[in-house]
Design a protein around this ligand. Sequence first.
Ligand code: GLN
Length: 287
Amino acid sequence: MKVMKMMKKAAALFLTVGMVVSLAACGGSNSTSSQPAENKEETTETGSTAGAAESAAGIDKIVFGTNAEFPPFEFISSTGGAIGEFDGIDMAIAKQIGDDLGAEVSINNIEFDSLLIALQNGQIDAIIAGMTITEERKESVDFTMPYYNATQVMIIKEGTEIAKAADMEGKNIAVIQGYTGETCVKELGFEYVSFKKGPDAIMDLINGKSDVVVIDSATAQKYVNDNKDANLVIVEDNDQFASEEYGIAVKKGNTELLNALNAEIEKMVGDGTIANLADQYAVAAEE
Ligand code: GLN
């Protein structure tokens, strides 16, 4: 889960690429490095031929789209967060990007399902939303290099007989609309109910209507910690749920912003900034 493990996991994933192909849409991307370079549809419409460092100087404002319902990556903090009321790992990354580039950064909080459209419409410049890099999404947007490694997990009430993904068959399964977790369950061929927000799915589980919620690992951990009385536990199935990588998305062909963001992510992964943020917010989530 931790970024430190990311490279190892990515390497393992790469080596077993033949095996994970059938899970790819469920588990996310098989690529281990920056995808945009091989993107045939990429254009140079922006007229930018500059490298990351040079182009960064030209960026004075970035509107990031997110869905602040995905702790510990993005959530609204009543006491104030990294950017206005928005806090979390992604929000701290966005703030750091703004500081480094000398750009004004703002957050547009919209439904997760609408983020890709908002980017295509030009309503936002980039998506930072714990968004998994998938082949399907890459058809409509460009992603930066990965900055975080995750996987889908199952949250159940202690005692529910689910030890692996296949055990969900016949159970009441809850997912969140448009998340990769939904894709995973769909691919398994099981019926499910999809909720607009994570907390709604968790409430359904706590109330006993749903037997299991499928969601990203770090977010699952946060919900389990936040609902101690409900005796929720996490069940992993790494054979079924492949490793996923989060990336920041930009509009197709926006190479100027993409280069600047890639340079930032490379730096923040390399110097441990993102690993530290992940630890910091995971600890905060347990308090
Ligand atoms: N990683 C999941 C996805 O990309 C969930 C992201 C989110 O809810 N913010 O679908």
